[in-house]
Each structure stands twice: as structure tokens, then as C-alpha cells.
Design a protein around this ligand. Sequence first.
Ligand code: GUN
Ligand code: ZN
Length: 434
Amino acid sequence: MNQEHAWRSAIMHCIANPTEVGTDNAYEYYPDGLLVVENGLIKAIGHAEELLPTLAPETQITHHPDGLILPGFIDTHIHYPQTDIIGAYGEQLLEWLNKYTFPEEGKFADKHYATEVAKRFLDELLKNGTTTALVFGTVHKTSVDAFFEEASARDLRMICGKVLMDRNAPDFLTDTPESGYQESKELIEKWHNTGRLHYAITPRFAPTSTPEQLALAGKLLNEYDDVYMHTHLSENVQECEWVQSLFPESKHYLDVYDHHNLLSERSVFAHGIHLCDEEMQRLADTQSSISFCPTSNLFIGSGLFDLAKADLFKVNVGMGTDVGGGTSFSMFTTLNEAYKVTQLRGQNLDPIKSLYMATLGGAKALQLQDKIGNLAVGTEADFVVVNTQATPLLKTRTERATSIQDTLFALMILGDDRAIQATYSHGQCVFQNT
Ligand code: GUN
Ligand code: ZN
């Protein structure tokens, strides 16, 4: 869409971290706003009455009187190959991996299978208003090709990587330090910074990589300025004990990754539930980020993430669905569960902070805040039109809301994919709820 196009609706976005600047300074809200887009980028944002007179005469205006425009959501941790094992019954992490995850991931050796799942996965993300995600592939190189081909066909800003895994997994899912390094390198050369795509070096987690493989992953991270590192950290108590027995010389779980030079401002660690102060401090010092995945943490019984502690140590936190350990693609549902996790920890998660973590905080975790995460002029037009009256319950609840915070909170507690009216990526409509 090269021509100027404008959307008129209530509009809200975060401009800073509420924990740093205070809630009231962290967002902008336009009750009757206008978002002007040209060439896929945001050209203007403001009050409709102020901006309407500035529009070119031929500008098309789409009006959503009951809508709320938000930035596209950013999912900082998700597994596309686990789309079809979502909601698998009865296990915690290590058994869940062996019983459900590894057999399913084995199917991704078949590129056709991978492509078919990648299509459905992206459909799900977009119908839930998620426009960027940091995504695990499988150990198979072609699983990443399949994913990137589908993401590129839709011009989405997406990050993915081939899983590195050379031990403690079935033979059909393991690589070697050398093949993992080489194939990752080939994928980086092929896909990283191609269009809107980026590559993440993706060791599954410490127990499934030898020290040799982790060392080569660290070498690769050092060889490219701007690739990502994406892994799991301190999710489950048995996992933590296992890491300690596999790496007896390490001070703690994070130290295993640190020792292999895997901490950086482009490193995202999923979960981080059972971290000591020293680990939190080290994450902060290296500007690494945590992906908070509440639906997964509750569903596979991993534990309650300590958001207040992460804030205290000034560790950047984004939201992750962690599908298929997580049980929903919806960022609203994910924030609902995040609120409950903080309640159980005696903390309060306010809706502005929630929105921040699902948008700008996620963008900061990915070092993409100059491109996505809010609706600032010059950034990419990735946004969602939310219908605050999508269901009878939402309608009555949002009609009673006395502030935008309260409307947002109602959406987070009662909303899901039904509340997403339309999703736009780079100025193009990529999902429409008909
Ligand atoms: N730890 C190692 N692999 C996985 C995975 O696939 N899902 C989750 N939630 N944790 C993991
Ligand atoms: Zn995960």
C-alpha cells in the first residue's frame, strides 16, 4: 500500500517502560485518534481532529468507531513445530519433551509437513494480533527454510532458528557440533536480514547440547554482529538439577551459557523461573532478556515467574506464549495468566505494564524498538484493530470501564482471538475477522 491510508479509532501505545518512567508517562492514548500510514510506515499519529485537515485529499480513511488500535503483539518465545501438540495431557517438562514433543518434531524432516504447519502457525499468530515472533524451528535445516518462506510470502518481521541438539535426545533429532554450526551458518547467510527476517542461533537448552556444541554456538554468535541467541533457562526444578549434574563446574544454570559466550543484548532466555540474584544481575549486566511464558509455566507446572525481581534487577522482560508448552496463541490470554502468576506472588501487574511487555518490551528484547513495538512516526505499520465489544461479556464490561486502563484490563482478562478485528503488517491487512 504505497498510497497514504489512515485509520480512525481509539489508539493507544506504549512509549516507555512503566517501571522506569511511571505508568502515566509510559503510554499515549488518543480516544478519537488517527493513524496515518504511507509505504508501510507510520507517517503520523495523533488526535483525529488535529490530523484530519493535514491529510492529502485522496487519502482513504478506515473508521472503527468501536475499535482500539494497538501495536502488533510481539511473542518473544514460541515453537512453530509444536502447534499440533498444544494441550498435551499430564506431564511436566522432561517427560513432556520425550512423550509428545520429540516425536512430533521428528516429522519436520519432511519439508511438506513443515510448510503445512508453518502456514497454519502463521495464520494463528495473525488472527491473534501477533505480528512478530521469536520462533524455534526443529533440528532440521529445512524446517527453518519452510518457516521463513511462509513468513516472507506475507512480508512479516519474524525471527527463527534451527535447533542445536547433539545429546540427550532421540537419534532422529540430533546434529553434531560441526553440522549444527555449519547448517546454522548457511541459514544465517541465506535468511538473516533478508527482507524482514532475522536469524536466531537456537541451542534447545543446556542438557541437549555438549560443551563443544555450546562453544561453537558462542563462536557463531561472535561471528555475526546482529544475529540473535534464543534458548531456555531455568524452567523446571528437575531440569535445573540435571543441568547441575551435567555441568558440575558451573556456578549456576546461567553460568553454563555465560561460559560459552552466549549472553548478549540479543540473547533471549525463555522462562528464567528459578534464578538466583547473581543470575539476574548477570542477565542485567549483559542486557540479555527473559521471555515470560505464563500459560506454559502453569500448564506444564514449572513455577511462578518473579516479575518484581526481574524489574528490581532491571532485566528486560518480554512476553512469550511458548506454544505448545503454552496453551494459547493469544497475547490477551497470556497476559491474563501473567496477571494471575503475579497475584500468586503477591505482586500486581497493571495493564499498562502488561501492554508494554507484549509490545515495546518485546521489541526491546529483540533490539527492534526502532522498527516495531509501538506506533511512533517512522516505525513499521504493524498494528491490530481490537473490537472492545467482540463478545457480550466484553461489551458490558468495557461499557462500564471508566478509564483506558480498565478497558485494556477487561480485554486482557476476557479477550482472546475473537477481539481481534484486523491485523496489519507493514501497512497491509494480513488478517480480517469477517
Ligand atoms: N526446554 C527444552 N525444550 C523445551 C521446549 O520445547 N519447550 C519448553 N517449554 N521448554 C523446553
Ligand atoms: Zn519453549
